[in-house]
Design a protein around this ligand. Structure first.
Ligand SMILES: [Fe+2]
Ligand SMILES: [Fe+2]
Length: 376
């Protein structure tokens, strides 16, 4: 027993408290499977990032002060404090009775989501720790607080299946990928906004079709996605402070990140057919819906969006997904023939990605203010 046992991550007001509570809970579980899965570093699994924290700390938000202060005030008011924990709405799940393929894919979904939430938490917490700029450290403290709660809540769901992602262990041992600050802005902004679009699309779908809600965690997605929405708003404001970030050659980088984030989502979701079937969601419909929402939102700051209605877009995604499936199958085999198969599938995947990237983008005039409200 320690000072944090009996407390819940949902009530933590700082990221440090949230993580200490998570650690106290973790001590009771010994299963390593979920942590091992979370440790994996492939193109498709969530990564941990590090960056040039001094450059980030040097950002001056004066040019966006009015919108900045509104956003921070809203985050400080903390409308979701205490929300991310089980209550009477939490229906009991018969994990042992769950169809095995669905159980496997759903657990994979929870572990991957938990790792992605925690990836944000670790990056934001580190920025808060290293910075001296009050605006920046306050923002990152608030975002890290939210992500610690999100990761903690997913771990609550995993514990019922006898699993947990060991967050302390991951912080220490998972490999960190270095990204220059501008790449952090593009990647993190997009992952926050696509996270919002993913959560709200599932939430609205299950609101209309509650018979498909096979797990209670989906009931929490509405408030959840509002947190991600605010985080995305913060990154839009950070980018707004420096017009160079969203013009000139950087537009090519923006296009790269848009393509990579959309394509990764498509391929990853198509690895979970039973999960989407249980939700009553066609993964192609879902992808298109999420891309449409994310594109509409990202017009607040990015001068281009991908042409997801282009005839080569959907066929390119299908090619990429098939190449990835073949690659995964070839990795299970050994011998010279398997090596050849692996090489061929990798080449096909690279070509399919290049094909998607080369589809001409749509250009937009970016509004003077980035400010948006969650509207879906
Ligand atoms: Fe989150
Ligand atoms: Fe977030």
């Amino acid at each position: 027993m320690n000072a944090y046992s009996g407390k819940h991550t949902a009530d933590a007001t700082t990221v440090e408290e949230g993580l200490a509570i998570a650690e106290a809970q973790d001590a009771q579980y010994t299963d390593e499977m979920a942590t091992e899965t979370a440790m994996a570093n492939t193109l498709l699994t969530p990564r941990f990032y590090t960056t040039d924290f001094d450059e980030l700390d040097a950002i001056d938000v004066s040019s966006v002060r009015e919108d900045w202060d509104k956003l921070i005030a809203q985050m400080v008011s903390d409308p979701n404090k205490g929300h991310f924990k089980k209550n009477d709405d939490w229906d009991q799940i018969d994990w042992d009775g769950m169809e095995p393929q669905l159980k496997k894919e759903f657990i994979d979904f929870l572990i991957s989501s938990c790792t992605a939430e925690f990836s944000g938490c670790v990056l934001y917490k580190e920025m808060k720790r290293r910075g001296n700029n009050d605006d920046i450290t306050q923002l990152f403290q608030l975002m890290a607080r939210d992500e610690a709660r999100h990761a903690g809540f997913i771990n609550d769901a995993l514990r019922e299946a006898g699993l947990r992602v060991n967050l302390g262990f991951l912080t220490q041992k998972k490999k960190y990928t270095y990204f220059r600050p501008k790449f952090i802005y593009y990647a993190t902004y997009l992952s926050e906004k696509i996270g919002y679009a993913r959560y709200i699309t599932i939430f609205r779908h299950l609101q209309a079709n509650p018979e498909h809600r096979f797990h209670p965690i989906f009931k929490w997605f509405e408030e959840w996605c509002n947190d991600e929405f605010s985080h995305g708003e913060a990154f839009a404001l950070l980018m707004k402070t420096d017009p160079k970030l969203t013009s000139g050659r950087n537009v090519l980088w923006i296009k790269f990140f848009l393509t990579a984030v959309y394509a990764t989502m498509y391929v990853r979701d198509h690895q979970r057919p039973a999960f989407h079937e249980a939700l009553g969601v066609d993964p192609d419909w879902y992808a298109h819906e999420v891309f449409t929402k994310t594109s509409t939102l990202s017009k607040q700051i990015f001068p281009i969006t991908l042409d997801i209605e282009h005839p080569r877009w959907q066929s390119g995604l299908v090619k990429l997904q098939k190449a990835n499936a073949d690659l995964a199958a070839a990795k299970e085999q050994s011998g010279p023939l398997a090596m050849l198969r692996r090489a061929s599938a990798s080449t096909r995947a690279a070509l399919a990605f290049a094909g998607l990237y080369l589809i001409p983008a749509k250009k937009h005039v970016v509004p003077a203010s980035t400010r948006l409200e969650p509207a879906y």
